[in-house]
Design a protein around this ligand. Structure first.
Ligand code: ZN
Length: 466
């Protein structure tokens, strides 16, 4: 009897233990790939899992808790939970978000920087950014090592970046010499005065007082002389410039005996002017012809620059082209002349002394403002070293005609092989622009040559009427 009780009790215990085991037996969690490391910026992707117990698959019943904060590096848990019966079982996957990306340093200016030998490098600036920490510019440490500048920065994960700038101290740029006058013309027998020059350098201070001037001008002998200006900077770079000085005979003034017969001087007054002067310059260039422009205060500077640079003569007409302003006194005339002379000099560096009076030297309009002024000026300008040029062929483009064929006919009917042909035209007139190519073609086909006025061109002058 006693034995029976023991056996029954044992059976009950075994059954209870068996039921308990069945209820409390944990399932087996299989997490593919285990713990995971993610680079900052990457998103977590579930690699998969399996939950089984006693041959039964509970995977579809798993609930996942994911509390990753992608904005912050650190350690996170992903929890897999499954409810079996009244009990909940779980397993954990560890996810670590790390920052292994180095910061980026960007340098302003050149990575290989050339500076003057006597200069100190002036920091041109830099910027450091990191994918995680953002702007790290303020944490950049600068270390200078001879000619190398190292920029170093670490992000909060201790990723380090070093960028180097190389400084080269050298000067290979020669000094620049600026001449007061690029060319000068003086009369035989008059003294030559050095007008001076300035020298600037990218590294050195003003070198003007170190310029070496060589070359001589024999003012007793006509001809073209060259004056050479040289200066060397502290790195041994040499800059040079030359000036042409023309010594001309006073005797050619007013002389017609040395006139060149069959030569055409194309002269253009009243410009420059956008839309006409530029086309005229194009035509002259393609025809290989040099001309003379008597310019005014009007029009853009660059056209005067082009006239000069393309080898034409830039003569002085008048700044204002207002007869009252110009002819109301001798001093007013010279004031106006100085203004246009300065304009040309400022644009080209060339001090022109070739002039054409407004209205020509034969004008009578000046009588209204100052009787006798042309008689005075025509002698006085020559004594002051200027040369003035009237004309002996008028294109009529100032009023008589207003078509290209009218301009063309007026010019070619007056051309002669037995004289110097000084042709008056106006480069502000569209019909003159349109007639020019045909006039040049006619001249070339009929054996004429084209020249520009120079200081040695004999003056063509009108009869003075005031
Ligand atoms: Zn004029």
């Amino acid at each position: 009897m006693h034995k029976k009780i023991i056996i029954i009790t044992s059976l009950i215990v075994i059954i209870i233990v068996g039921i308990a085991l069945f209820i409390f037996l944990p399932p087996k969690f299989t997490l593919k790939k285990g713990n995971i490391k993610l680079e900052y910026g990457q998103k977590y992707q579930e690699p998969g899992y399996k939950v089984t117990r006693l041959g039964h698959d509970y995977s579809s019943k798993v609930k996942i808790k994911n509390k990753i904060n992608y904005q912050k590096i650190g350690k996170y848990n992903i929890i897999y939970q499954v409810k079996i019966g009244l009990l909940t079982f779980q397993d954990t996957r560890k996810v670590t978000i790390v920052d292994q990306e180095k910061p980026v340093i960007t340098l302003n200016g050149d990575k290989i920087k050339t500076i003057c030998p006597n200069a100190e490098y002036q920091e041109e600036g830099y910027k450091a950014t990191d994918n995680y920490d953002g702007d790290l510019t303020k944490k950049v440490k600068i270390k200078t090592n001879d000619n190398l500048i190292n920029y170093e920065v670490k992000d909060s994960s201790k990723n380090k970046t070093v960028v180097t700038r190389q400084i080269i101290k050298e000067d290979k740029t020669p000094p620049v010499i600026t001449l007061k006058n690029k060319e000068e013309t003086i009369y035989q027998g008059n003294p030559y005065k050095e007008s001076g020059a300035t020298a600037t350098d990218n590294c050195d201070t003003d070198l003007s007082n170190k310029i070496n001037i060589s070359g001589t001008v024999d003012t007793n002998k006509t001809g073209t002389y060259t004056i050479t200006y040289e200066v060397t900077d502290s790195s041994g770079n040499k800059g040079t410039a030359t000036k042409k000085v023309k010594v001309i005979s006073k005797k050619t003034t007013n002389s017609t005996s040395s006139s060149k017969k069959g030569v055409i001087y194309l002269t253009f007054d009243d410009g420059p002017n956008e839309g006409t002067t530029n086309i005229i310059l194009d035509i002259l260039k393609s025809e290989g012809v040099k001309a003379t422009f008597f310019v005014t205060g009007n029009g853009p500077d660059y056209l005067i620059k082009r006239e000069y640079d393309e080898g034409h003569t830039v003569g002085l007409h008048t700044f204002s082209h207002n007869y009252q302003t110009v002819y109301s006194s001798v001093s007013n005339y010279y004031n106006d002349l100085a203004k246009i002379q300065n304009r040309v000099k400022n644009i080209t560096g060339y001090e022109s002394k070739i002039i054409r009076f407004p209205g020509g030297s034969s004008n009578t309009v000046s009588k209204k403002y100052t009787p006798g002024i042309m008689t005075t000026l025509s002698k006085d300008v020559v004594n002051k070293g200027y040369r003035y040029y009237d004309w002996n062929i008028s294109s009529g483009d100032a009023g008589e005609v207003s078509t290209a064929s009218g301009v063309y006919n007026n010019v070619i009917k007056s051309l002669s092989k037995n004289k110097t042909n000084m042709v008056l035209m106006h480069d502000i007139k569209p019909y003159t622009r349109d007639a020019l190519k045909n006039i040049i073609e006619y001249g070339k086909q009929n054996g004429y040559t084209f020249e520009k006025i120079t200081m040695s061109t004999p003056m063509i002058t009108h009869h003075i009427n005031n």
